[in-house]
Design a protein. Structure first.
Ligand SMILES: Nc1ncnc2c1ncn2[C@@H]1O[C@H](COP(=O)(O)OP(=O)(O)OP(=O)(O)O)[C@@H](O)[C@H]1O
Ligand SMILES: [Mg+2]
Length: 256
């Protein structure tokens, strides 16, 4: 009998509460989520609904109060280091050059020899930041800083990447450029990605599937398959089907 491939990531019944001043605050409630190999999945939801908490639980930076997290069909006790996580703030170190910032994740796992530096420089070319490799983060635009932070995450070469609102702080124009750029990078490197965003259009443009979370405590209120052809370009934003998806997501977000 041929067994179907297990999902790259499967969350079942994930709940999370925080204890503050002897009180219990439920933040996530019974989340079920599935991502298959190579998929691009987005999670959208109102501010404070638990999106970052969800990513931290997946990455192993925090643990859910209940529920299971399976990677390739296995529940793994310590996921830390197995999953790439790009936090909401770029967290570039101001005293390190762009290249040394990009190398940080590799250094942590002892891969900082010359061959890895050469590989990082090659990737910087693809990311359009090679000419800035000896500059310091202060001298970069917001979009470039995000590219460095993303490269740092990608260089460690994990199979699953979690991106927490990577473009949240960028102006609309740069954001659009970065979305197109991310689409190219994703189709080139064929990684499995979970993206957190507030932006409905960003979620549709980039994703195969979008999960909508409710207000706190975050529950999945909609799972939407984005059946739009790939490769996608920015022009798809005016496609009638794109507008239908947008309406569906906005209606879900507005529902109490
Ligand atoms: N370590 C913690 N201790 C107590 N409460 C926490 C902790 N971390 C997060 N929270 C609370 O959990 C809730 C969800 O936070 P989280 O950062 O996951 O939201 P979010 O959906 O990512 O919000 P945003 O869109 O603004 O980034 C918030 O009310 C927050 O105050
Ligand atoms: Mg957040």
């Amino acid at each position: 009998m041929i067994m179907p491939n297990p999902a790259k990531l499967r969350l079942t019944g994930i709940s999370k509460s925080f204890h503050v001043d002897n009180q219990i605050f439920p933040v996530l409630e019974n989340i079920a989520l599935e991502v298959t190999e190579g998929q691009f999945v987005s999670v959208i939801g109102p501010s404070g609904c638990g999106k970052t908490t969800l990513l931290k639980c997946i990455a192993g930076l925090d643990e859910p109060t209940s529920g299971t997290i399976e990677l390739d069909g296995n529940v793994i006790g310590s996921r830390l280091g197995l999953i790439g996580f790009m936090p909401q703030k770029d967290l570039l170190l101001p005293w390190r050059t762009v290249l040394d910032n990009a190398m940080l994740g590799l250094e942590v796992i002892g891969r900082d020899g010359d061959q890895y530096r050469q590989q990082a420089i090659k990737m910087m070319d693809i990311f359009g930041i090679k000419e800035f490799k000896n500059r310091y983060p202060d001298a970069l635009s917001g979009g470039m800083r995000q590219r460095v932070a993303f490269l740092r995450t990608l260089l460690v070469d994990q199979q699953l990447f979690l991106l927490d609102e990577p473009f949240g702080a960028l102006d609309a124009f740069t954001r659009g450029q970065m979305q197109e750029w991310l689409l190219t990078i994703w189709s080139t490197f064929k990684k499995t990605v979970i993206l957190i965003t507030h932006d409905v259009e960003e979620a549709i443009l980039l994703s195969d599937k979008v999960y909508v979370l409710s207000h706190t405590p975050g529950r999945v209120i909609l799972e939407l398959d984005v059946k739009l052809d790939r490769p996608r370009e920015y022009g798809v934003l005016t496609d009638p089907q794109f507008i239908d998806f947008k309406k569906t997501l906005i209606d879900a977000l507005r529902a109490k």
